[in-house]
Design a protein. Structure first.
Length: 163
């Protein structure tokens, strides 16, 4: 069964966290950056790496691996920051996410996606929009607006601006 939220053909930026492939809708991707020096912000959750300056704007950076319960991202030559535009209480907000590597922009047709299977109540999969299938591989298509609760994003934004 195809996912109703994905219609026709959509483009996605694919990236890796650990050995898994993930994707985000390209319409929310602002840019991809090499990892600069990240300024730590005191008393932030472990997954919050700190803040960076992107053309004069303060942008919080999160480690999606930690957010998803994986090991911390280790910086390599391929590590990058994907700068995303997300919805925060009906306002657009910018956030950076660490990725082990960025692969490519792909197109997926509606028929190449399926709803996220029910895994049980202990694992939260609200932030996964769909599962894409390409070349016998699965790609987790993320709903970037749901990775963080609005309270978490508000806290990240407020603490980032106080630095």
């Amino acid at each position: 069964m195809a996912v109703a939220a994905i219609t026709e053909t959509a483009e996605y930026l694919t990236f890796r966290l650990d050995e898994e492939e993930y994707a985000v809708d390209v319409t929310g991707v602002q840019e991809i950056l090499e990892v600069p020096d990240i300024t730590r912000v005191p008393k932030m959750p472990d997954y919050m790496c700190g803040i960076i300056n992107v053309r004069g704007s303060v942008v919080p950076v999160v480690d999606l691996r930690l957010r998803f319960g994986m090991a911390k991202t280790e910086k390599t030559i391929d590590t990058c920051i994907i700068v995303l535009e997300i919805d925060l209480n009906d306002k657009k907000s910018i956030i950076g996410t660490l990725a082990d590597s960025v692969d490519e922009v792909i197109e997926l047709k509606e028929a190449q996606t399926e709803a996220v299977p029910e895994i049980g109540t202990r694992i939260k999969v609200d932030f996964i929009k769909a599962v894409g299938k390409r070349n016998d591989q699965f790609i987790m298509i993320l709903d970037v607006d749901k990775i963080f609760s609005s309270e978490e994003l508000t806290t990240l934004k407020e603490k980032s601006l106080k630095v």
